[in-house]
Design a binder for this molecule. Sequence first.
Ligand SMILES: NC(=O)c1ccc[n+]([C@@H]2O[C@H](COP(=O)([O-])OP(=O)(O)OC[C@H]3O[C@@H](n4cnc5c(N)ncnc54)[C@H](OP(=O)(O)O)[C@@H]3O)[C@@H](O)[C@H]2O)c1
Length: 471
Amino acid sequence: MGETVANLGLYGLGTMGSALALNILDNGFGLHVANRTHSVVADFVTEASKAGLGDRLTPHNDLDQMARDMPSPRAIILMVPAGAPVDAAIARLVPLLGQGDTIIDAGNADFNDTRRRTETVEAEGLTFIGMGVSGGEDGARNGPSIMVGGTPQAWGAIRPMIDAIAAKFEGAPCADHLGSDGAGHFVKTVHNGIEYADMQLIAEVYGLMRNGAGRSPAQIGQVFEKWDKGALQSYLVEITGVVLQAVDKSTGGPAVDVIQDKAGQKGTGRWTVIEALKMGQSASTIEAAVAARGWSAEKETRIAAQGILGGHRGAVSLPDQDYEKAFLAARIIAYAQGFRILAAASDAYDWGLDFARIAEIWRAGCIIRSALLDDISEAFRGDLPQGQLFLASNFADTLKSAIPALRRVAGAAISAGHPVPALTGALAFVDTMAQARGTTDLVQAQRDFFGQHGFEHIDGRTGQHGPWWDA
Ligand SMILES: NC(=O)c1ccc[n+]([C@@H]2O[C@H](COP(=O)([O-])OP(=O)(O)OC[C@H]3O[C@@H](n4cnc5c(N)ncnc54)[C@H](OP(=O)(O)O)[C@@H]3O)[C@@H](O)[C@H]2O)c1
């Protein structure tokens, strides 16, 4: 029987909620459950009983009844879609709970909502925890990566349960308290932003091999399978190898070919970009990925545009090693851009985020787990030039040797008409940052010309104006 200071309840037995509930039960904790649609609770009881976990489970007909029937202190986990459903559940729970009780939002919340909810719920004398859970259904069932935001006391109270259900990396739980209020949900959001970028980079490399070189999905899948044993080792590369080699039962052809090329998104990639921009950051790889998903959804427009503008994609013939290096360089930039956003938010919200620890808790259970994360945590524990991950000696060396390949891949793709916004976004970031003097002197001159905005002189004097304002 696991130890916990509170009686646990879970509301929302969908994909993630039911998997997380089984995980909690599996780890010896008792659990009360409820769901909007009552029949789902009955189905879950059957499932839990089949798994031999029924004796620790207390089903309820609805959220209110669950809250009333649970003994205090109560900790109720919400696993419902972000936004209004979370607010509605909180509004129902607050009058039914009391001092010592906790509401845990374990869905993918917008961290701004989490900050607001923390304030309003805690003003009522309750505790609120915003908890990012990564790893999809399999992670939730067998061990997710868990990012917790809230007070240290709140964390202390749920820690035994969280440590038990979290993924383990070399025996250590991939879960931690990252900061106050929205810190956990923010880190989870940026995790998803990096995930978007990584998936888009993979899709771009696949597109070049498929449409530029005419290789079959299965052949490309074998390349990804091989890459998964090297520097690119990661969950997303691993599943790409499996997915590309899968066969559709009805056509006998590649499974990927029967899937409509319209990508879905639930908002975390977009939130990452929005919050980054608000803080003056720009994560070009993540922006490219969000844009690519949005454009992909405009299928009818794309069909029309192909007819009107022509959609010719020419041949691209590059060695696999070039793709491997290009992807590695761009992946490093995608992670680095994600951590730059985390650094900006840590300052803005006074969270004191521990970047090395974040990299560590992403090493198992979550979707972006990869070999790179060990190097990232090591880099953050050392001295980083300007605090920049991409300038850490190990990453700088890799980038120096891989950037020429990224240039070849991006150049060939552009010349042949293959869209590679994330690969080129990564390259644009490196090329911009690696120029000690760029071209925004001219932008500043233009701003001063039309708006008298003034500029900083190269000798350090600020508020200067150009000769175009001389009488
Ligand atoms: N799927 C993933 O890989 C993943 C990974 C990490 C985080 N998340 C996050 O986890 C949360 C749950 O996602 P999911 O994939 O488990 O979704 P899901 O399978 O669609 O399940 C949604 C659950 O929420 C309930 N629900 C929906 N609308 C509701 C409302 N207005 N009021 C009350 N309950 C409502 C559903 O109840 P009914 O049975 O009545 O419909 C169901 O129990 C989301 O915040 C999601 O972003 C998902």
